[in-house]
Design a protein around this ligand. Structure first.
Ligand SMILES: [Zn+2]
Length: 296
């Protein structure tokens, strides 16, 4: 603490937020990626610590190009839910989205905060669903500042609010000193290792498909024997092989050498056929000439 070059402002409230609430805020904002959405944060204050445990979404999103507002209707809706579901908790702040224009408090936002959320520990949570960036703003004395530290608590095994033995990441630029961004990866997208597993398994699957395809479509020699007495065709037993040097091996029979004199025979016809092709062409030609109108 004393070594830290940057003051973790003791006047800033220590904020913890449930991971589930964080997810709900992000989902609410992403579902309306063109318009601002808003809601209130529900939780409890103890000393300098603020625990955000739930949120109540506002009635509806702002119209495109307008700001979020807390109208009479919005408050009635919010209090109805709060009294029913969170009678023991307090409204500890509000959240709204900035679809595509970054995390900050506009003059309008500051106005809302000063008028509706002016108690010292109340905070304003801003989330940009386009960049996936978020920030929490709170009172530091008379000033409204972006909080340097936010703790995200997950229901199971999460660290308790307040002082823990764990050193807080302190320092760096104000924007980068917050906790949520590192948590983002595991929270929103699939973890990195899962990506690798999927890549590798998809490659393996491709290979398997290629093997099956090769086995199905590549030419495999099938052998038949001709029963010269009956004049029938008999398929050779599986495993019959003819090696390139003419050894025929049939399972259950001794190997035998096959001479293939016919090999040279098929090569002959094309040579003798060619000459017969040429005259054909001439024939066509002459026929064409016959068909052509004779000129006087
Ligand atoms: Zn705003």
């Amino acid at each position: 603490m004393t070594m830290a070059p940057r003051k973790p402002d003791p006047r800033q409230p220590r904020v913890t937020i449930e991971g589930e609430v964080l997810r709900q805020i992000r989902q609410h904002a992403r579902a309306n990626s063109k318009t601002e959405v808003c809601g209130v944060l529900i939780g409890a204050e103890t000393g300098n610590t603020l625990a955000i445990r739930a949120r109540i979404p506002g009635l509806n999103a702002a119209q495109a190009g307008t700001y979020v507002t807390f109208t009479q209707d919005t408050w009635e809706h919010i209090y109805k839910i709060k009294d029913k579901e969170y009678p023991e908790e307090r409204i500890v702040g509000w959240y709204h989205s900035h679809p595509g224009f970054g995390v900050f408090l506009s003059d309008h936002d500051t106005f809302i905060h000063k008028n509706f959320f002016s108690s010292p520990l109340q905070v304003a949570w801003v989330y940009d669903p386009h960049s996936d960036e978020e920030g929490c703003f709170g009172w530091s004395g008379q000033r409204l500042e972006r909080l340097e530290e936010i703790q995200v608590r997950d229901d199971k095994g999460g660290e308790g609010a307040g002082e823990t033995g764990k050193p807080e990441p302190v320092g760096g630029v104000e924007e980068e000193a917050e906790n949520p961004p590192p948590e983002k990866e595991s929270d929103v997208g699939p973890p990195v290792w899962l990506g690798w597993v999927l890549t590798v398994s998809s490659h393996l699957l491709l290979m398997a498909i290629a093997f099956v395809a090769a086995w199905l479509f590549f030419p495999r020699p099938v052998f038949f024997f001709i029963d010269v007495y009956k004049g029938t065709l008999i398929q050779a037993p599986p495993g019959t092989r003819l090696s390139s040097d003419g050894i025929l091996s049939v399972p259950g029979y001794p190997e035998m050498r096959i001479s293939r004199p016919e090999r040279s025979v098929p090569q002959q016809p094309p040579a003798s056929e060619n000459p017969s092709v040429a005259p054909k062409g001439d024939e066509d030609k002459s026929r064409k000439e016959q068909n052509a109108p004779s000129r006087p």
